[in-house]
Design a protein around this ligand. Structure first.
Ligand SMILES: Nc1ncnc2c1ncn2[C@@H]1O[C@H](COP(=O)(O)OP(=O)(O)OP(=O)(O)O)[C@@H](O)[C@H]1O
Length: 252
């Protein structure tokens, strides 16, 4: 689904993403963790076909990251940090708009109805997005991002500012989608969410400093932290600080 080799993105002389190689398989939920400014959003935007890498190669759903940006954009789902909903349009109008943008094949009205039901939005279908609570708005944004049923979905901090119950429900939805074969890449600052991912990568100053399942990361980092039962947060902080000592070198 995703194969990256040595992907780098520079803005002027500043490298926001440095030499990232990555493999994500079908149906996986893959987490990206890192401090603010680590390069997660920049990496996601390259995988979505929005930004061109400065160096490196990669394929997304089999398409070339550099040559096939437009095709990639049309075939993936992306929910950015600032969900791009139209505040003055109703929930239904937003969904219809995105269905047209993504060229949904099934009749648009039918697809919109099914999303309204699936995301329990029928009660607010005529409400303007600007009048919705954060949790409901997030559901609308998510429904808009998957209106065309993409096989690959990128979520950039999808649950920031959302209450714990809504977050849990959101993750249940992600599991169901992954079970049906959707591949999901998600950035988060919440450790409990990272623990729910099948695998994750930790980023520091543009580099991936560690990657694996929670169990693999624990085998590698718990002894270094000096606690067999080290929490994900303790291990993550350790890896970030070790990275600082070595100026972003791989700590592995
Ligand atoms: N278009 C741009 N031009 C110049 N610098 C940029 C641009 N986009 C991002 N950067 C810089 O690249 C670095 C990585 O930013 P990015 O948004 O990818 O980090 P992030 O890990 O997603 O952070 P956060 O957790 O805060 O969302 C930051 O220092 C940012 O200022």
């Amino acid at each position: 689904m995703i194969e990256l080799q040595g992907v780098t993105k520079r803005f002027g002389s500043f490298a926001a993403v440095r030499q990232v190689s990555l493999h994500v398989s079908r149906g996986e939920i893959f987490g990206l963790l890192g401090a603010n400014g680590a390069g997660k959003t920049t990496l996601i935007r390259m995988m979505c076909g929005i930004l061109k890498p400065t160096e490196g190669t990669g394929t997304i759903l089999g398409w070339d990251m550099i040559r096939d940006q437009q095709t990639i954009k049309e075939n993936i789902g992306y929910m950015s940090q600032k969900f791009s909903l139209y505040p003055d349009l109703t929930v239904e109008e937003n969904l219809r708009f995105y269905a047209h943008v993504y060229g949904v094949r099934q009749p648009v009205a039918e697809r919109v109805e099914s999303l309204l039901r699936e995301f329990e939005l029928t009660g607010v279908r005529k409400t303007r997005v600007s009048e919705l609570s954060g949790g409901v708005r997030q559901r609308v944004a998510f429904a808009s991002a998957i209106v065309h049923e993409p096989p690959l979905l990128f979520l950039d901090e999808p649950t920031s500012g959302v209450d714990p119950l809504t977050r849990r429900a959101f993750w249940e939805m992600l599991y169901q989608m992954a079970d049906r074969g959707t591949t999901i890449v998600v950035t988060t600052h919440y450790m409990d969410e990272a623990e729910r991912c099948d695998r994750m990568a930790w980023m520091n100053r543009g580099r991936i400093v560690a990657e694996g399942s929670l169990a693999e990361l624990r085998r590698r980092f718990a002894p270094r932290v000096g606690n067999r039962k080290a929490t994900l947060e303790e291990m993550f902080v350790y890896a970030m600080e070790e990275g600082e000592d070595h100026d972003g070198q791989d700590v592995g």
